[in-house]
Write a protein that binds this ligand. Structure first.
Ligand SMILES: Nc1ncnc2c1ncn2[C@@H]1O[C@H](COP(=O)(O)OP(=O)(O)OP(=O)(O)O)[C@@H](O)[C@H]1O
Length: 599
């Protein structure tokens, strides 16, 4: 028999799910019966989500569309299902020699593989529709061979696509009908703007640069072309992309509750919630589609861990241990700002063994964070990156340490907690990072680490509709027994003096100083972390001020006992080297910033 709490939880989950799923069926949306049956029986999708119910008929109608909906609401099917539906209707049937009919552009390799895998399942009954992918890091000649044979629906990262468009003469795309930009804003943030313009030019799908829409009858714009843009966060960059790539689009998913300015555009707007449905015409250009307030899954618990710099590492390790003790099966993702920081924390967490008794012999020490650990960042070898991502995906209980390379679009089953150990910068990145949990009505929690000097960032997030509760760090620290005894939690004690904190910090420092490789990783991570901290942009510079950092405390947060001046000197040396390299290579400001961020 179910307990009352379980029943309540069940009811709540039903409520959440009813806000996500629509009350119609896939066939009501106009999709082919075979495809609907396949979605239900093979993929387990009983009914469409609300955004699917809203957007699929619009995509089938052939209009250009801009889709905005919360993370994890099923946007991938919004474009893949109508494309498969329309392609399977072609008479005579399409053939491989016809080349590519649909192109899906995504910002990262992991997302490329993920969309490809969903597409593979979706075309299962339509064997004449060939799915394929091309992306950075893969073997070019093998990709050329696959393109020569013909790929009907192609998933691609922008750089590699442009490469093939320029250099692979056997890549047939004359019949291209759809261009989809998934995570459109991220593609542009990663500096692919110029590549996208070139791609649109080569494919003859770019509208004129004056910002006014070209008549679809003009020579460059193919009347049959249908372009789609999707993201959970829209901004001025998407606005620019929309202006150059969409023709008289319909916008689906903008919620009335958001503080968005109504777009001054010829865009038709359809509200996300069915009861809210509204279609309205606006004036001339796409103008301002920036959304200030973001939508979050209602079941997502969002908290903030306020902790001073020197205690960050101990707090992180303790929270991880507490989460894993609370639920034996836990999938946790920790976001860090740089590749070096990922490598250091990965090695530390994988190897650090501990006993509450500091004098205990090595063989009596146990792993402090007892679960499988994975890492993911842009500087890893392509194959390692693949193995790591697939490994974390398939585990029931595991920890992933990563940069923002994992922030977008990734649909990893059963992730219960997102920890933002380093803050995300732009609020839109916060949205995507936390969006890796609480997907499609599942439970999830998100913890954001902030130092006391950074708390203004919470106000910045509040402007975007994010409200954070304080995480009970003291209570968690009190809950750990030292030498078999729990801390007397009736007595308030400053975290800096907390016996658990002191003991753990000392053990971590001893462990790192005894492992030369780890110590080197810690120093590198320290240096790149400080550099990344200086790379915050715009108003965020006033919150994340490097001047306010105590470098000694930063060193402590990497378990370094060295005096800050020593580590600081190596930081200065690296900084000089970086400036010298920059002078030699002269990358654009944007690229320099990205390399500092090092995702
Ligand atoms: N109609 C449906 N019924 C059940 N599950 C669905 C349905 N549509 C999609 N899903 C599942 O929901 C999850 C989220 O889908 P998807 O990754 O497309 O979300 P998204 O909106 O693109 O998220 P993000 O903004 O983070 O990229 C996936 O696991 C997908 O298989």
């Amino acid at each position: 028999m179910k307990s009352k709490t379980e029943e309540k939880d069940g009811d709540r989950s039903k409520d959440v799910k009813s806000g996500i799923f629509a009350s119609c069926s896939f066939s009501d949306l106009g999709l082919h019966a075979n495809l609907c049956q396949h979605l239900q029986e093979r993929m387990g999708f009983e009914v469409p989500t609300q955004i699917q119910a809203q957007a699929i008929p619009v995509v089938i109608s052939g209009r250009h569309v801009l889709v905005n909906a919360a993370t994890g609401t099923g946007k991938t099917i919004v474009y893949l299902a109508p494309i498969v539906h329309l392609l399977q209707m072609y008479e005579p049937r399409i053939e491989r020699s016809d080349g590519t009919f649909a192109l899906v552009l995504v910002p990262t390799r992991e997302l490329c593989m993920q969309v490809y895998e969903i597409l593979q399942k979706l075309v299962h009954r339509f064997h004449w529709i060939v799915p394929g992918y091309i992306m950075g890091g893969e073997n070019r000649s093998k990709e050329k061979a696959r393109l020569r044979k013909g790929i009907s629906i192609l998933i691609a990262t922008p750089g590699r696509l442009l490469d093939h468009l320029k250099n692979t003469s056997s890549f047939v795309h004359e019949k291209l009908r759809w261009i989809v930009f998934d995570e459109a804003d991220r593609i542009l943030e990663l500096g692919f703007g110029k590549a996208i313009e070139e791609i649109l030019d080569i494919l003859g799908s770019r509208q004129n640069s004056s910002g006014t829409r070209e008549n679809t009858a003009t020579k460059t714009f193919n009347a049959k072309r249908q372009n789609l843009l999707l993201s959970a966060t829209l901004n001025e960059k998407v606005n620019q992309l929309a202006n150059i790539s969409l023709d008289n689009p319909i916008m689906v998913g903008l919620d009335k509750k958001s503080n968005s300015q109504p777009p001054k555009s010829s865009v038709k707007k359809i509200a996300f919630s069915e009861s809210d449905e509204e279609v309205s015409e606006h004036a001339d250009t796409l103008g301002n589609v920036a959304i200030e307030s973001y939508n979050f899954p209602t079941q997502l618990i969002q908290q903030c861990v306020k902790v001073s710099c020197g205690l960050r590492l101990v707090a992180l390790l303790s929270i991880l241990r507490s989460l894993l003790e609370r639920l034996s099966s836990q999938k946790i993702v920790v976001f860090l700002s740089t590749c070096d920081a990922v490598d250091f924390h990965y090695s530390l967490i994988s190897d650090f063994r501990w006993s509450a008794n500091l004098q205990a012999p090595e063989d009596r020490k146990r792993k402090f964070v007892d679960c499988k650990v994975f890492r993911l960042h842009g500087n890893m070898q392509h194959e390692d990156r693949k193995t790591s991502f697939q490994g974390f995906n398939s585990e029931k209980s595991a920890l992933l340490l990563c940069t923002d390379v994992a922030a977008r679009g990734l649909d990893i089953p059963k992730v219960r907690c997102i920890i933002q150990y380093d803050s995300p910068g732009e609020a839109s990145e916060y949205v995507h990072r936390v969006g890796r949990t609480a997907r499609l009505g599942e439970k999830g929690e998100a913890l954001l680490f902030l130092q006391p000097v950074e708390v203004d960032y919470m106000h910045d997030l509040q402007k975007h509709g994010v409200s954070l509760k304080e995480y009970p760090l003291q209570k968690v620290l009190d809950s750990f027994p030292l030498l078999g005894q729990k801390h007397n939690n009736k007595k308030f004690i400053a975290l800096e003096m907390h016996p658990w904190v002191l003991s753990l910090q000392k053990s971590v420092e001893n462990f790192i100083s005894s492992e030369p490789k780890l110590k080197k990783l810690a120093k590198d991570a320290f240096c790149s972390w400080v550099r990344a901290y200086t790379a915050h942009r715009g108003d965020l510079k006033k919150i994340f001020m490097v001047k306010k950092l105590h470098l000694g405390h930063v060193a402590k947060s990497f378990g370094l006992k060295d005096q800050p001046s020593l580590v600081g000197r190596s930081f200065k040396t690296q900084e000089k080297k970086r400036k010298r390299d920059m002078r030699q290579h002269k990358p654009s400001k944007k690229k320099a910033r990205l390399s500092v961020k090092g995702t």
